[in-house]
Design a protein around this ligand. Sequence first.
Ligand code: SF4
Length: 183
Amino acid sequence: MGIEEAPSGFLLTTIEDLVGYFRKGSLWPVTFGLACCAIEMMAAGAPRYDLSRFGMEVFRASPRQADLMIVAGRVSQKMAPVVRQVYDQMSEPKWVLSMGVCASSGGMFNNYAIVQGVDHVVPVDIYLTGCPPRPEMLINAILALHDQIQNSPLGVNRAEAAAAAEAAALEATPTSHMTGLLR
Ligand code: SF4
């Protein structure tokens, strides 16, 4: 059925839905790459994968004009303050995508020079596995982030959701108590 054949009348939605819809369709990533994952991120922006289909073709050179940080690559201890400074300069509301195992957990670089997860430095909204994640995987993660943004509450609802998330985080098992491959 074409739009011409739709019954005329009211179009009802909520402010939250509208704001989510506009926000997810106008994400601008900050130009920012740390290691090999950045090559895949650049490929995602090139014509073959065409990130511009999602309104994201403009990687901004200034963090003040960007609202998405894609952490593409391992974060060294030396780079961590710079990552934080770039994040602080981005405009609100803003989101962080941790791309690849190195950014998410330090990956195979389990040593003193590499931050063992960028969430020690900035709050992460979505993690992407892989080494390196393919451009398709990055696009998939961005679409999942779009869903998060679309369903983000506003105002009082947002404060309630943040409080619930904080309570859940406090209840969670600390990573130092988790057993893993290193134990
Ligand atoms: S996850 Fe793999 S591709 Fe990405 S920065 Fe680490 S080593 Fe490089």
